[in-house]
Write a protein that binds this ligand. Structure first.
Ligand SMILES: *Cc1c(COP(=O)(O)O)cnc(C)c1O
Length: 686
């Protein structure tokens, strides 16, 4: 998939790409006598290596593209978080994580920056305010937050509080979410949009909420709901505010494209809308119908799709008014996208418009449609979830270990060595820019030959090992050349993937980034420290689960995606002679929307620890700590009682003791570990 729309970001990005290539070049190694020009180049590359700077890291990981103005790199090579951009303070993420670890908050750790949430709400409202001013729109904007996007109590409470100055409301898509919204929203004049499938109880509760001072709007999504709403109104003697959700013919593209269109799951077709209008008219309730709603899908990457939808909806809106409905609100749903890869294109992980473009297009289109028909304009409502909640949370996790393909320089073979080994060595020696593709095929063929001869008993195990090592040495040498080519031949495209290191991370993809597993969603991932060092390894990430899908092997890139991520080699811990290494922390960004609630307990890895951080003039403050699941908790979800479990093990150790299969000391150690584990975090403590 080629990304379109070349903007300033692309130009930045090209610089990024170049610098990536330079960084690649800097690790290249040549053990052949090289001509002078090449030697000079080599020296330049060495130079380059020494000069790796935080700017190189910035360009490589494209932080500005997706993270502006919240994330950047400081002089120490650490990620810093500036919740209000350059208008406020910042916090060093690496130091924050260390400080939280000292407070016994282990990794993986979800850090929520409440100030970023506040900034997102301010930004969205400011964009609409600016558009309203620019187009002289004689109406207002009142947004709502779709609770389904992140239902965590602290977050929804913060949201309501931050939204007060803008009369920002909530959107519920189910009965439990309605309960949350009713209990949390206390902003006078803010809207409570009631979407989703509804039964009598839902409709009655929402209708009665008016009596408590809310402004609930019941959005009719199914024809049957019209009768429910009429019945509830009669029974309760309350005139509800009603809306209809239209199935637009304008379709989103990409992942969520099927949320719209005639066969979409939700909403009323045009004939059904007419039917609803007639029913409401017959019940003398047409004045209750005040809102038109649509939602064409999430993460709409292309602005033209958004425009097309708003144009169609505006016409439906004015037509409904003509049919006698008391139209006051136009709700454009969600879909405002997040630029996960920072490419500013219509790629599915990006968007080719800004929040301001979005607001301006909505305001301008609606105004034009109403003016043409001489109609008062509606109060504009949007239900942006992803665009509000994504940026505020950062998931930090550590690397447990790596598995690398690190070929050593091969020893020249003896004359009496098997022919296949001599051939492989010769191939290795011959590899050059002129013949690397051919050399790759030769090396592959010789390796296959070695396996085949081994199968017939003509090659020793040791020699087979040598053959394989030589093969990897060839691949490594060829890869160095491939990385410097503008064009990579098809058959060599996988080489980078084959040669990639595997970094084992203390994380469950199924719990913390379910969309990465389920729908290949991309999130920016990078180290939060050592950014002043060149990341010389190319890696994919493997998680803690025993599932081969528990991995991340697609990463953001300027063009399409990349299949390996540049990371630093782990640093051995000085002195203690064990396998342990210095902590190496990675973070996944922009995952504050949808991921937490859709995460599952695969392999019984539970919720991660979460903290809410706000910045203060002196630094930061920990607002809330939400401890992740303990093993007792996750076992409880699948109906195990921890006391029963302990009792069971106690019985078995007693038996083993009686049969002298275990010492008293050993049995105590076993029981202690077992019991202690139950109250512990489900992730690894390193
Ligand atoms: C999911 C959903 C939203 C939120 O969409 P985003 O793309 O996250 O902004 C809004 N409205 C409805 C009806 C939804 O189902």
């Amino acid at each position: 998939m080629a990304k379109q729309s070349i903007g300033p970001a692309i130009r930045n990005g090209t610089a990024a790409e170049q610098s990536t290539e330079q960084s690649t070049a800097s690790v290249s190694r040549s053990d052949q006598a090289a001509p002078t020009a090449a030697t000079r180049q080599e020296t330049d590359r060495q130079e380059e290596k020494r000069r790796w700077t935080i700017e190189d890291s910035e360009a490589l990981y494209r932080i500005q593209g997706w993270g502006e103005p919240y994330f950047s790199i400081n002089a120490a090579g650490h990620i810093t978080v500036s919740p209000q951009g350059d208008r406020g303070g910042s916090v060093d993420l690496f130091e924050l994580v260390n400080a939280l670890k000292l407070r016994n908050l282990g990794l993986p750790l979800l850090i929520r920056f409440s100030d970023i949430l506040e900034d997102r709400i301010q930004r969205l409202n400011a964009c609409f305010a600016r558009a309203i001013a620019r187009y002289n729109y004689p109406g207002t904007y009142k947004g709502v937050f779709p609770v389904k996007c992140n239902q965590q109590r602290h977050l929804v409470e913060d949201l309501v509080r931050f939204g007060k100055p803008y009369q920002f409301g909530l959107e519920a898509g189910s009965k439990p979410e309605l309960l949350i919204a009713l209990a949390t929203l206390d902003t006078p004049g803010a809207l409570l949009i009631c979407n989703g499938y509804k039964d009598r109880e839902y409709v009655e509760t929402a209708t009665l909420a008016q009596r408590l001072g809310y402004t609930p709007i019941i959005v009719l999504e199914q024809v049957e709901e019209v009768d429910l709403a009429i019945a509830a109104a009669r029974k309760l003697g309350v005139k509800p505010i009603l809306g209809v959700r239209a199935k637009l013919s304008a379709k989103g593209i990409g992942r969520w494209g099927t949320s719209a269109g005639d066969r979409a799951k939700f909403g009323l077709t045009i004939p059904e809308i007419i039917q609803a209008v007639e029913k409401l008219g017959a019940a003398d309730m047409l004045d209750c119908l005040q809102l038109l709603h649509y939602h064409i899908g999430s993460q709409i990457s292309a602005i033209n799709v958004i425009k097309e939808a708003i144009r169609e909806a505006s016409q439906i809106y004015v037509e409904l008014a003509h049919l006698g409905a008391n139209m006051k609100y136009l709700d454009v749903g969600g879909g405002l996208a997040v630029d996960y890869d920072g490419s500013k294109t219509n790629f599915y992980a990006s968007k080719n418009y800004s929040m301001q473009n979005y607001a301006s297009d909505v305001v301008a289109e609606v105004k034009e449609a109403c003016e043409e028909r001489n109609m008062p304009v509606p109060t504009l409502v949007s239900e942006s979830g992803r665009a509000i909640a994504s940026h505020q949370s950062v998931l930090v996790f550590d690397v447990l270990g790596t598995s690398d393909v690190l070929p050593e320089l091969p020893e020249p073979p003896h004359e009496k060595d098997p022919l296949v080994i001599r051939n492989l060595y010769e191939t290795y020696q011959s590899i050059s820019v002129e013949n690397y593709q051919e050399a790759y095929h030769d090396a592959t063929q010789f390796k296959e030959e070695a396996v085949s001869i081994f199968g017939f008993g003509y090659l020793s195990l040791t020699d087979r090992a040598r053959a394989e090592r030589l093969y990897w040495a060839c691949c490594a040498k060829i890869l160095e050349i491939v990385r410097q080519q503008e064009y990579v031949p098809d058959d060599l495209e996988d080489l980078e993937k084959i040669m990639a290191s595997i970094y084992y991370v203390n994380l469950s993809v199924f719990q913390s980034a379910p969309d990465s597993w389920a729908i290949d969603q991309l999130f920016p991932i990078l180290p939060i420290h050592r950014l002043d060092e060149e990341p010389t390894r190319r890696a994919t990430l493997a998680d803690l689960t025993c599932d081969s899908d528990g991995k991340i092997d697609q990463f953001i890139d300027l063009r399409d995606v990349k299949y390996v991520l540049e990371l630093h080699p782990l640093k051995r811990k000085e002195g203690d002679g064990t396998q342990s290494h210095e902590p190496y922390y990675l973070a996944m960004f922009l995952n504050g929307a949808y991921q937490e609630i859709m995460g599952n307990l695969h392999n019984l890895f539970g919720d991660t620890n979460a903290v809410h951080i706000t910045l203060t003039p002196k630094g930061y403050q920990i607002e809330h700590v939400v401890k992740g699941d303990t093993m007792t908790e996750v076992l409880g979800y699948v109906q195990y009682d921890s006391e029963d479990l302990v009792e069971n093990i106690r019985r078995r150790t007693e038996q083993a003791l009686q049969e002298s299969r275990i010492t008293l000391q050993e049995s105590q150690l076993l029981l202690q570990n077992y019991e202690r584990s139950l109250s512990r975090y489900t992730y690894l403590a390193i």
